[in-house]
Design a protein around this ligand. Structure first.
Ligand code: GDP
Length: 454
């Protein structure tokens, strides 16, 4: 897959019928291969970044009238010669042109191969290449912004600087090894310690940012749970502002789970309405209750709703005790406030982090949304913070942190060779993020998740 000698071709736009389809050719022969099927000006004699109207023909058989865009190496996405052919978006035409280009010497590109070439040719580092995939997959303003920031090199340049500094120390310590008998210290231990503390702090912040970064990229799994008739379906509708879930008077009717996406300030909360959590009497309901508990364990946020008119403090405490799961934050919502007098409202059972609403009358739904949002976004987002969103980066950062902790701990008593080994490990994991260190397996793993044509 890492062979870049040949010229690759693929459809860059979605397959299926569209107004136009864009076929991309990249590689040393991109322009000469295009010229072989081209009727119009000689493409091999044109300047970079120019557009040309012409026709694609297989011998005498005309296939389509198209526009070709030329990008001459290294001024292209892949840093190779690139021709983009915009043809009419018929699946038949697209297939015919691609087949023809393959007949004339191009090879069908594999998934992610254009972006892989951009990486191999130094146009992007690895985390930027991954950001391309994230940008293509982004489905909200926040996820698009984070991907864009990563694409622009935000945190990889920061890591690169730190890594370069660490490399210097590594080489000084290596040098000490060469003079082992003479007991010299080229690498100033205090400076090394300071650098490692700095790196560890920055890495620690990046690791912490994953929770939010992941919420932005993948959304926040949010479960709505409570006893039957507490108003869960009504709340779901109020949050979504639409009549979606089925609202009924018969306890236990929302037996299965329903999933909807609520976007608050650019973050997607995936809302899962669940079967009621009362002690189930029949087996179907029991399955529902079990599923509710499973759903809660898999989520990051639980909206626990209770009927403020019907529920005692004891029942509330019992429910909350049952529903508590490690790693899941709970927002407690007292519903049906519209049925209560002021006096009753003042005497409500109370717990931490509680909000009083009326789902049916749409009271305090905005306040609730605000609380939901801030359960994921603890501090105000400025739009400039560095967030990591990729589990691969998280793991590499954690391993870097472990290796650096070993360096710090060992600095007093271990010999230079062990110190050098741990620093090398840290360098290795840091390098894996930006692609300074790669293996074919790693590349295969990352780029195979891309679509063909990317
Ligand atoms: P679920 O079983 O928890 O999903 O509860 P539903 O959403 O089906 O609601 C049960 C009943 O309570 C329905 O008759 C709703 O109209 C009613 N209800 C829900 N929320 C409110 C509210 O805020 N105020 C009042 N008065 N009734 C509500």
């Amino acid at each position: 897959m890492t062979n870049t000698e040949d010229t690759i071709v693929a459809l860059a736009t979605p397959s299926g019928t569209g107004a136009i389809g864009v076929i991309r050719l990249s590689g040393p022969e991109a322009i000469t291969i295009a010229q072989k099927v081209w009727k119009g000006k000689d493409l091999t004699k044109q300047a970079s970044h120019t557009l040309h109207l012409g026709r694609i023909a297989d011998g005498d058989v005309l296939i389509d009238e198209v526009v070709a865009s030329l990008f001459i190496a290294p001024k292209s996405y892949t840093r190779e010669n690139v021709v983009e052919i915009s043809c009419h978006g018929s699946a038949y035409i697209i297939e015919s042109i691609i087949k023809l280009l393959i007949k004339k010497g191009a090879r069908a590109a594999q998934a992610g191969e254009f972006t892989l070439r951009a990486f191999l040719n130094g146009q992007l580092d690895l985390s930027q290449a991954e950001a391309v995939a994230d940008l293509i997959a982004s489905n909200s303003k926040a996820s698009q912004q984070v991907a864009l920031q990563q694409l622009r090199g935000g945190f990889s340049s920061q890591l690169k600087t730190l890594r370069d500094q660490l490399v210097q120390f590594a080489s000084l310590i290596e040098l000490e090894l060469d003079f082992a008998e003479e007991d010299v210290e080229f690498a100033n231990r205090d400076q090394l310690k300071q650098l490692i503390l700095t790196i560890t702090r920055i890495i620690g912040n990046l690791i912490q940012s994953f929770e939010l970064g992941n919420a932005i990229k993948n959304g926040v799994n949010t479960v709505i749970a409570g006893r039957p008739n507490a108003g869960k379906s009504t709340l779901l509708n109020a949050l979504l502002n639409e009549e979606r879930a089925i609202v009924s008077h018969i306890p236990g009717t929302t037996r299965d789970t329903i999933e909807e996406v609520l976007n608050i300030n650019g973050i997607n909360f995936r809302l899962i309405d669940t079967a009621g959590i009362r002690e189930a009497t029949d087996t179907i309901e029991q399955i529902g209750v079990q599923r509710t508990m499973e759903k809660i364990s898999q989520s990051a946020l639980l909206l626990y709703l209770f009927d403020a008119e019907q529920t005692t403090q004891e029942e509330l405490n019992n429910d909350l005790q049952r529903l508590q799961k490690p790693g899941v934050s709970i927002l407690v919502i007292a519903n049906k406030a519209d049925l209560l007098s002021e006096q009753q409202l003042n005497a409500l059972p109370s717990v931490d982090n509680m909000i009083v609403i009326s789902a049916k009358e749409n009271q305090h739904i905005d306040g609730l949304k605000n609380k939901i949002y801030h359960s994921a976004v603890k501090d105000q987002l400025s739009g400039n913070e560095t967030l990591i969103t990729n589990i691969r980066h998280l793991e590499a950062l954690q391993k870097t942190e472990e290796a650096l902790t070993r360096v710090l701990n060992g600095m007093q008593d271990v010999t230079s060779d062990f110190l050098a080994m741990d620093i090398k490990q840290a360098l290795h994991y840091l390098g894996e993020i930006t692609g300074a260190v790669t293996t074919d397996d790693l590349l295969e793993n990352i780029f195979s998740k891309f679509c063909i044509g990317k």
